[in-house]
Design a protein around this ligand. Structure first.
Ligand code: S3P
Length: 447
């Protein structure tokens, strides 16, 4: 679906010390899954702390089209009456996922394992993203791709199967989206679906399915992998979900406080799932002054308050094996690395090429536009830090990518010259309260 929209440039300039306590919004991955699990459960699923970003709202609309009754009860508080496994409705219109890769791919899994046909589409960014990685296993399970754009891209017309075959599937890349699509399709299979990943990816689908009463088993596979087995046709029980704070959104606030001189902030309730904390590990290795306070459990995940103070950082070598645990955080890490002393080398970033934008190329371009010495070598990104100093002054192209926009706005708060991003509108897909929360800490942007 092509959206006519007006790009809105935004500029960040050097600001005074950031101070205060903030709570970023709920986790995007868990919020998408809350709606899809709600759809597949008979009875009322209640969600608190849901991320009300555009991406997640697109998934909510798709779930409504597939038969769920969804109601917003208050800020972040939602009620879902599901249709149940095996009882989906066929959507009358195309499902528009906007910018949302996760929403579209996970919903393809749900549709692929049910006897319904649906058209999947989205914005210009989503239309560029590879979907064959999702469609391939679904076809093995019996779904049919009736229409697709060149290279297995949206718009896609997918005909699901009412009796998906239980398969054993080894994901070709570490991807929670592929794993989740297969598991969601496997929910309606008669028998056991197995997914093997050689590098463990985020495990929210597994945890949430278990919480809803599915018979799921996850065990170690090789050195870094997991083998997940799911018994089909479980009777999911409606549950109340509390969504913890998204570490991928918290990352921008944490980075801003590390870079802006004199800053001292607390970011509250950040999810500490070890498959999501790769950035934190890396920042601590770089010498970041981050204290992990009040570790506790919330919504089935460990969370903590993070006290973050401005820090002098040193470049590091980030191992490729860490990529799945910080896959969405390389952009902001590249910005942080621009201020560090010495070189930061980020290894094994091939998956960044197929995100909301080609993040590898776009990050390098954004760094170069701001006077940072950066270079792509194969699948690695190398950033030469300016020992606390970054020129800035660039205009950054964001290619419909929310994280590019937020990362370079953070750069502008600490660089010598203002940084402008060509479009801020996509920030609403994942972090609609980014500007007010930054303002609460003392950082204002100018449009
Ligand atoms: C997500 C998985 C990751 C991540 C995305 C959210 C998820 O994608 O980049 O933002 O919720 O499953 P991949 O599965 O493609 O790595």
């Amino acid at each position: 679906m092509s959206h006519a929209f007006q790009a809105k440039p935004l500029t960040a300039s050097a600001c005074g010390p950031l101070r205060g306590k903030v709570k970023p919004p709920g986790d995007k991955s868990i919020s998408h899954r809350a709606f899809l699990l709600g759809l597949l459960t008979v009875g009322e699923t209640r969600v608190e702390g849901l991320l009300e970003g555009e991406d997640v709202l697109h998934t909510a609309r798709a779930c409504t089209a597939l038969g769920a009754k969804i109601q917003r009860l208050g800020e972040g508080s939602w009620s879902i009456f599901g249709a149940g496994i095996g009882s989906l409705l066929e959507p009358r219109d195309a499902l528009d996922f906007g910018n949302a890769g996760t929403g579209s791919r996970l919903t393809m899994g749900v549709v692929g394992g049910h006897g319904v046909t649906a058209r999947f589409d989205g914005d210009a960014s989503l239309r560029k993203r590879p979907m064959r990685r999702i469609l391939d296993p679904l076809v093995l399970m019996g779904a049919q791709v009736l229409e697709q754009a060149e290279g297995g891209r949206c718009p896609i017309l997918l005909q699901g199967t009412p009796e998906p075959a239980p398969i054993e599937y080894r994901t070709p890349v570490a991807s929670a989206q592929i794993k989740s699509a297969v598991l969601f399709a496997g929910l309606n299979a008669l028998g056991r679906t197995t997914v093997i990943e050689t590098e463990a990816s985020r495990d929210h689908t597994e945890k949430m399915l278990t919480f809803f009463g599915a018979d799921l088993h996850s065990e170690a596979f090789g050195e870094h992998g997991r083998k997940i087995t799911l018994e089909g046709r479980p009777e999911l029980r409606p549950r109340a979900i509390k969504v913890p704070v998204d570490p991928s959104s918290a990352a921008f606030l944490i980075a801003a406080a590390l870079l802006v001189e004199g800053s001292d902030i607390v970011v509250e309730g950040v999810m500490m799932n070890p498959l999501r904390t790769g950035l934190l590990t890396t920042l601590l290795e770089m010498g970041a002054r981050i204290e992990v306070l009040e570790r506790r459990e919330e919504g089935g995940e460990e969370v903590a308050d993070l006290r973050v103070r401005a820090s002098a950082l040193t470049g590091v070598d980030v191992p490729a094996a860490r990529a799945p645990a910080m896959i969405d955080e390389y952009l902001i890490l590249a910005v942080v690395a621009a201020f560090a002393t010495g070189v930061t080398r980020m290894n094994g970033l091939q998956e960044l090429r197929v995100k909301e934008s080609d993040r590898l190329a776009a990050t390098e371009a954004g760094l170069l536009a701001n006077g940072v010495r950066a270079q792509i070598e194969g699948d690695d990104l190398i950033v030469e830090g300016g020992a606390g100093v970054c020129a800035g002054g660039g205009l950054v192209e964001t290619h419909l990518d929310h994280r590019l926009a937020m990362s370079f706005l953070v750069m502008g708060l600490a660089s010598q010259n203002p940084v402008t991003v060509d479009d801020e509108t996509m920030i609403a897909t994942s972090f609609p309260t980014f500007r007010p929360l930054m303002a609460q800490l003392g950082a204002e942007f100018s449009g």
